[in-house]
Each structure stands twice: as C-alpha cells, then as structure tokens.
Design a binder for this molecule. Sequence first.
Ligand code: IDP
Ligand code: MG
Length: 151
Amino acid sequence: MERTLCLIKPDAVQRGLMGAVVSRVERKGLQIVGLRMLKASRELAAIHYAEHQGKAFYPKLIDYITSGPIVALCVQGHRAVSVLRAIVGKTDPAEAVSGTIRGDFGMCKGRNVIHASDSVDAAKREIELYFGQDELIDFDWTIYEWVYRED
Ligand code: IDP
Ligand code: MG
C-alpha cells in the first residue's frame, strides 16, 4: 500500500471545485486517509517546492500556492503515487488530456488546480509536511474488496 499527497490548489478552492476533485479521487478507488484545509505559509511553500528554487516560475509558484486556502489530502492505495498522477494529468492543463483533472478543469500551468506527489519518496516527505501522525486515519475500508482483486 502506498500513500501520496494531493493538494487542491487555491484556484480550485476559489472556483468551487473542491468537491469535484475529491469526488474524482474517491471515484477512482483511492482511499482518503487524511484531509485538511489550510492556508500555506511562504515558509511551508518554500520547503514543499524547494526543488524548483531558482527557476523562472518559482516566485509566481510561491505566490500562487499561498494566495488562498488549499485542501491537503493524504490518499492511500496500491500504486497510489502513479495512479494519482495519472488521474491528475500533465502539468500544463492546456496539454493534459480530457478525462484527467487538469485536462478537464484547467487552462494553464500557473493555475493548474491540483498537486500530486511525483514519487514514493516525495510523497513521504510531503505528507509529513502537511499532516501530523495523529491526523492520518488508518481505518478499515469496507469497500476494499470491491475496488481490488488479485489477478
Ligand atoms: P507538477 O505539479 O506536475 O509535478 P512541476 O514541474 O513539479 O509540475 O511544477 C510544480 C508546479 O509549478 C506546477 O504544478 C505548476 O503549478 C508550477 N509550474 C511549473 N512549471 C511552470 C511554468 O512554466 N509556469 C508557471 N508555473 C509553472
Ligand atoms: Mg512536481
């Protein structure tokens, strides 16, 4: 089982897309084991996006992610990291295919609706940034057998 971090970005919160995004994640068969609304500080944003420091878009990215409330979700499932990235779609929503969250809800990289961790290691690091251990709930998921079947 893997866990990954999903952020519903400020544009999606402002546009009333929280429910639509959460619904896509649930509908896919991913289990939400943590959910929290917050306003990211510039310090938190800088740690989260440290890998992009120095790039041309970095200052705008920090402005964007701190511009309003966001929703953090900790999402669990088999291969959750790659599965969530797949339903999120390409970084640029203008190029993301229809049917993906960015493909269906966005128009440009600077307003791309959602974040998803890009590796298991990044996911672990990012989950710890947004959630304390006691904020993640390891609960029995009664539909598990209706989502997964060994083949
Ligand atoms: P990802 O979110 O698909 O993993 P990254 O390359 O890790 O994409 O970039 C992090 C975030 O930085 C993107 O989601 C997007 O919000 C922003 N970003 C990336 N490239 C650009 C750009 O060229 N212009 C504006 N914003 C960008
Ligand atoms: Mg990334």
